[in-house]
Write a protein that binds this ligand. Structure first.
Ligand SMILES: Cc1ncc(COP(=O)(O)O)c(C=O)c1O
Length: 385
């Protein structure tokens, strides 16, 4: 048996060593607390679950769904975008449901990249922005996100040759892993860049509904001209505590949406109709409001504790992560190993999100307040200088 060369192109999995150590610790009886993964611990809102149960009991939902999704679901996404962002979408041509943002990001690479084409990917970033282009036979070129620019890429620093070969540009605000919100003017500059270079802008809006301190995240499509050059991927995973449901949509430029749909007719058979009906209930009700307060409280708990142990952290205004610098003398991997060793707490090494994540670690706020308090106490106890 010989797996394809495609798989050889993927970078080594940086969590592998950490995962081995976690298993070792657990086997030795250590009560490991994982703050490594961004998977909401709070249940999906009850009305959404009820809508699913009711729909699943109807045999009419049991057959192959359409890849375009039910018209009512596309209309529900359009209604949500209008109400939430003031963005008008044509549900017939500008919305296609996706089986999670991850599937959508990945398949956009297959739909838009040929051999030698470049995908510009924010770095640090969600790993599929670089792994996806590699599997598709394209070439990811990273755009460093630096704190001096509020973790915005400097589009003017992209080498002309890369800009010329680029077909896709990935952005994501609020940003995983840095927690940054979009810098003023970035979306406008990105529209210009897309026009100048004939690049499709793909904005991953997975975290627009998890923001704090009264900050309201915009849609990229609010930017004048955005629909001419771009699409947005909107997911119910984080905002509605629905990571297991695989419910998202791509919205925006109709030609890009159509290309994604054409590709998908060859890959999957759409979203379970009962999930579609539950997603309509979720979109119409809006994201559960209490989540912002829950994450804000947890963010403060973590940031206060990190500051006490001498970590210089900026509290994020969005996402479900805290991004903090590792102390001098450590790499992100060595610091995460130390934290695990000393406190039994798992945090993610920044380098797992790309070369520009080196020097940082990420803490996820998706464990119960009780476990998070326990983790914070352990960090205080074992890492205080
Ligand atoms: C930036 C970003 N995009 C996409 C995803 C995946 O979202 P989904 O559950 O909709 O596939 C994640 C998950 O962590 C993410 O951080």
């Amino acid at each position: 048996m010989r797996p394809s060369n495609r798989l050889d192109r993927l970078p080594p999995y940086l969590f592998a060593e950490l995962e081995r150590k976690i298993s070792e610790k657990r086997a030795a009886g250590v009560d490991v607390i994982s703050l490594g993964i961004g998977d909401p611990d709070t249940p999906t809102p009850a009305p959404v679950v009820e809508a699913l149960c009711e729909a699943a009991a109807d045999p009419a939902t049991h057959r192959y769904p359409s890849n375009r999704g039910r018209p009512e679901l596309r209309e529900a996404f359009a209604r949500f975008y209008d109400r939430r962002f003031g963005v008008a979408l044509d549900p017939d041509t500008e919305v296609i449901p996706a089986l999670g943002a991850k599937e959508c990001v990945f398949n956009m690479n297959l739909a838009f990249l040929d051999a030698g084409d470049v995908a510009l990917a924010a770095d640090p970033g969600y790993p599929v922005y670089t792994g996806g282009p590699l599997i598709a036979g394209g070439e990811p070129v990273v755009m460093p996100l630096r704190p001096e620019l509020d973790f915005a890429p400097d589009l003017d620093a992209i080498p002309a040759g890369d800009a010329e070969r680029a077909r896709l540009l990935y952005l994501n605000y609020p940003n995983n892993p840095t927690g940054a919100v979009v810098r003023k003017g970035l979306f406008e500059r990105t529209v210009e860049f897309g026009r100048e270079n004939d690049v499709l802008v793909v904005h991953d809006a997975s975290y627009t509904e998890t923001t704090f301190d009264g900050y309201v995240a915009p849609s990229f499509l609010e930017t004048p001209g955005a629909k001419e050059v771009g699409v947005e991927i909107f997911s119910l995973s984080k905002g509605w505590n629905m990571t297991g449901w695989r419910a998202a949509a791509i919205v925006g430029n109709p030609r890009a949406v159509e290309a994604y749909w054409r590709l998908k007719t060859n890959i999957d058979s759409g979203m379970f109709e009962a999930v579609q009906l539950a997603a309509i209930a979720a979109l119409d009700a809006g994201p559960p409001r209490e989540m912002k307060a829950i994450y804000e409280r947890r963010r403060d708990l973590v940031c206060d504790a990190l500051r006490e142990i001498g970590v210089d952290v900026t509290p994020p205004r969005g996402t479900i992560y805290v991004w903090a610098p590792v102390p001098d003398g450590h790499t992100s991997a060595s610091y995460c190993e130390l934290v695990l060793e000393e406190s039994g707490v798992v945090v993610s090494p920044g380098a797992a999100y790309g070369p520009n994540g080196e020097g940082y670690f990420r803490i996820s706020l998706t464990v119960s307040d009780e476990r998070l308090s326990e983790a914070v106490e352990r960090l205080r106890g074992s890492l205080t200088p």
